[in-house]
Design a protein around this ligand. Structure first.
Ligand code: GLN
Length: 551
């Protein structure tokens, strides 16, 4: 039976609950415990798959093909525990399961209510696989008092009573605003937030207080008294120079010690934190800097590419350099010469994305990187653009394009793409069987999602980077490179160095006439960790370091 830690938030959103949960998970691991982290999201979407990255940030994909909240990315990056479909749930999913059961007559004609039917469903979810770990950390999305969140709060309140004493604790994250005029930290919002929590029957064991300033002892005692927690369980969380400083910083202020104390675990084994010391040392003392241009669409919101920016940072850690990323909108290159915009960067990366907007600009950026021999990394859509670029400019296929563009073209009564080097595959092999889909399926159902294996050519750049010829990576896309064009592409100098095991789906392309030019159909950024940087990001940044010495 696992011990459960519920992490809730109050006062305002975006206080870093996900990061706090992830850092606490890492600290418990450092003390020798096993953990799993889970996210319960109150919104009514069934999953974030169809939500705009502008609004919700990136969609994080698990090995088992779930489209989840970006916090699961933090959990993985801090603990190395691969998230699963059962680590993320929304109200939408819970309600749809309950309604499904109701239609199937599983409730034997009873009236279906939030309590107990919805709350029971939530409690069942929370417990999945608990026997595998010592601690289960469950983060509740949103803030206390949100109307959609109520069933979750009610479920975790009940859950504490369902369990033997000492098996469940609550950590509440709040904000202490600083008033410049009077020079003080204000505790009232925190008091109100805890009052709200207590009014629904939850007494927090630990308060994590985000603050821009040190919390004076007096204020800490005041918070403790008014919120009914021990003074030592009021944990300050000051702004940090890097998210990877969080485990050490939280350890320094006793978050892990207080957590174990709240469970009555003692004496707790001392933590081993050398890994985090090393990471922080590499961040704080880099040997140089490389500049990477990321040419994409969602450039206004960095959260839309969260895992990507982290993976680039990790590539920097492995090479002991800091990575300065700049986000450029692909649309600028549609008409303008890319040179003045791209000159001076040590690497060009085109990330994943959807739709036709900016495609020609991306293709121009690939061409520039190829011709100027600047390290290039194309991910998912970025790889598809690299394939189109080679097909058009070196493979003699002027009409090369992606079937993804046809949606827009039909609307504008234009002819479909002439040479669909990137096409929609109605069927592919997955595990023992085949998966079929049609372009008219539900939006959420038409993608190749989750982990798939690929076989790499023995003497390729990628096989050398991975140190292996069989890999598994996560996917999230509708379109594929059409193997039918293989000869054209190879004549254009673009070799297919990674293929699905059945040889049907190109997974990786690369150029041997270039210092580092790699395109991958999957999302390697999803598996990178600060303590285990992804080999392709390590290779890309290494090439960028070499480039930085040339220019
Ligand atoms: N839009 C492209 C596809 O669906 C690429 C997707 C992506 O980059 N994740 O295939």
């Amino acid at each position: 039976m696992a011990r459960f830690i519920f992490i809730t938030g109050g006062v305002v959103s975006s206080l870093g609950k996900g990061l706090t949960s992830a850092a606490l998970g890492a600290l418990l691991q450092a003390r020798g415990y096993t953990v799993r982290l889970r996210k319960l999201d109150p919104y009514l979407n069934v999953d974030p798959g169809t939500m705009s990255p502008f609004e919700h940030g990136e969609v994080f994909v698990t090995d088992d093909g779930a489209e989840t909240d970006l916090d699961l990315g933090h959990y993985e990056r801090f603990t190395g525990v691969a998230a699963r479909r059962t680590d993320s749930v929304s109200s939408g999913r819970i309600y749809s399961t309950v309604l499904d059961k109701e239609r199937k007559g599983k409730y034997l004609g009873r009236t279906i209510q939030v309590i107990p039917h919805v709350t029971d469903e939530i409690k069942d979810f929370i417990q999945i696989g608990e026997d595998e770990v010592d601690f289960m950390l469950c983060e509740i999305g949103g803030t206390v008092g949100d109307i959609e969140g109520l069933p979750f709060f009610e479920a975790i309140r009940q859950f504490q009573n369902d369990r033997p004493r000492g098996q469940v604790i609550f950590i509440h994250l709040t904000l202490l605003p600083y008033l410049q005029a009077s020079g003080e930290l204000k505790t009232k919002p925190t008091q109100h937030s805890v009052k709200e929590l207590r009014s629904i029957g939850i007494q927090p064991d630990i308060l994590v207080c985000r603050s821009e300033h040190e919390i004076p002892e007096r204020e800490r005692e005041k918070i403790a008294r008014f919120c009914n927690v021990r003074p030592e369980a009021v944990i300050p969380a000051l702004d940090l120079p890097s998210i990877y400083s969080a485990p050490l910083a939280f350890h320094g202020v006793g978050l892990d010690a207080q957590t174990l104390d709240a469970f009555g675990v003692g004496p707790a084994p001392a933590p081993r934190l050398a890994v985090w010391d090393d990471i922080v040392d590499r961040i704080e003392n880099p040997d140089g800097e490389v500049r990477i241009a990321v040419v994409g669409k969602y450039t206004e919101l960095e959260d839309a590419y969260k895992s990507l920016s982290e993976a680039l940072t990790h590539g920097g850690l492995a090479n002991r350099v800091s990575v300065k990323m700049e986000w450029l909108s692909a649309q600028i290159f549609e008409e303008e010469d890319p040179s003045p915009h791209l000159e001076g960067y040590h690497g060009i990366l085109i990330p994943g994305g959807f739709g036709e907007r900016g495609a020609e600009g991306k293709i121009n950026a690939v061409r520039w990187a190829r011709e100027r021999k600047v390290p290039f990394f194309g991910i998912c859509l970025g790889m598809q653009m690299a394939v189109i670029e080679s097909a058009r400019h070196l493979g003699g296929l002027d009409g090369a394009g992606s079937e993804e563009w046809n949606e827009e073209r039909v609307k504008r009564r234009l002819d479909p793409v002439e040479e669909p080097v990137i096409f929609f595959m109605p069927e592919w092999v997955e595990g023992e069987g085949t998966v079929a889909r049609s372009a008219d399926d539900d939006k959420g159902a038409t993608m190749r999602l989750g982990a798939f294996e690929a076989v790499l050519s023995a003497d390729s750049t990628v096989a050398e980077a991975y140190g292996a010829t069989r890999i598994s990576e996560r996917h999230r896309h509708r379109y594929e490179v059409n193997i039918k064009y293989r000869e054209h592409l190879e004549r254009a100098g673009l070799s297919i160095s990674g293929l699905s095991p059945d040889g049907e789906l190109p997974e990786i392309v690369e150029r041997s006439d270039h210092p580092w030019f790699v395109g991958v159909q999957f999302h390697p950024e999803l598996k990178s960790k600060p303590f285990a940087p992804h080999p392709l990001f390590v290779g890309f940044i290494r090439a960028a370091v070499t480039q930085s010495r040339l220019v």
